[in-house]
Design a protein around this ligand. Structure first.
Ligand code: SAM
Length: 265
């Protein structure tokens, strides 16, 4: 195995085969589906995925690893290795090429771009049936956080718009080579059947509203939103939702954010 590693690409490879099996068991894969794998690395999970599903398309940015993977999976018709940056990849086109409407997205993510990857991938929410993402434990805590808790923030509400995430497995640093400095966790996401929980006429505008709401952590929501909406109206609409004028963004559920947005716009 080629041990050359580019630290800049967040390369921490899974080497503990017991954990690899536990991860694939936890994903809830269906035999007839397409899996899009983000960052296959040396293919530790790719092989296990291919044994369970109809087809795996694995997207890797490192050209050295791509060469290695193409040799490794030369005789595996189920596996396609794509040399690309996942952040520039159209997942809906991969689904179309595989003659499916929806896929499963799996990735032991490069931690330095976890958030951009989640944002990019959820841009294709309608083409995803479910996802399993291995992320830094702190990010996992944010993804599954409840309103009113320390970890609840923009990323939490953003992902809730499209999916319901669940913490599935804690993963210690020692199962990777080289071991990362942080603990990891597997989070599985069931996508909401409509692609998002509530139909919004203008999703982009809602996401801007959400960002503005969380612009100043721990500041009152009214102060975050007052550069955009008149204070009096914000106060009035918060009252209508039975929220105090001192409420903070961290306290609102997705449904409350949507209601506030629809009333304020
Ligand atoms: N899946 C492998 C495993 O579990 O052993 C490797 C996981 S490693 C944490 C992350 C992988 O993502 C590396 O192979 C890295 O080269 C790749 N990667 C980093 N940035 C990427 C990007 N923008 N697009 C696609 N792959 C990327």
């Amino acid at each position: 195995m080629n041990k050359r590693r580019q630290p800049k690409l967040g390369q921490h490879f899974l080497t503990d085969t017991r954990y690899c099996s536990r991860i694939v068991d936890a994903l809830g894969l269906r035999a007839d589906e397409l899996v899009i794998e983000i960052g296959p690395g040396h293919g530790a999970m790719t092989e296990l995925l291919a044994a369970r599903v109809r087809r795996v398309v694995a997207i890797e940015v490192d050209p050295g690893l791509v060469n290695e993977l193409r040799q490794q999976f030369e005789q595996a018709p189920k596996v396609e290795i794509v040399h690309a940056d996942v952040l520039l990849t159209d997942l809906s086109a991969i689904c179309r090429q595989s003659d499916v409407n929806q896929c499963y997205v799996f990735g032991n993510l490069p931690y330095y771009i976890t958030s951009p990857i989640i944002h990019h991938v959820l841009g294709f929410a309608g083409h995803i049936r479910a996802m399993g993402l291995l992320v830094q434990r702190e990010v996992a805590n944010r993804l599954v956080a409840n309103p009113g808790t320390r970890d609840y923030g923009y990323l939490t509400v953003f992902t809730r718009l499209y999916s319901s995430p669940r913490m599935v497995l804690q993963i210690p640093p020692g199962v990777f080579s080289p071991p990362p400095k942080v603990h990891s966790a597997l989070v599985c996401f069931e996508m909401l059947s409509t692609g998002r929980s509530v139909s919004l006429e203008d999703e982009e505008e809602f996401l801007r509203f959400l960002k503005q709401s969380f612009a100043y952590k721990r500041k009152k929501l009214i102060n975050c939103l007052s550069p955009v909406y008149p204070r009096q109206r914000i106060e009035q609409e918060l009252g209508r939702l039975e929220l105090s004028s001192g409420a903070r963004a961290e306290e609102l559920s997705l449904e409350q954010f949507i209601a506030l947005f629809l009333h304020l716009r």
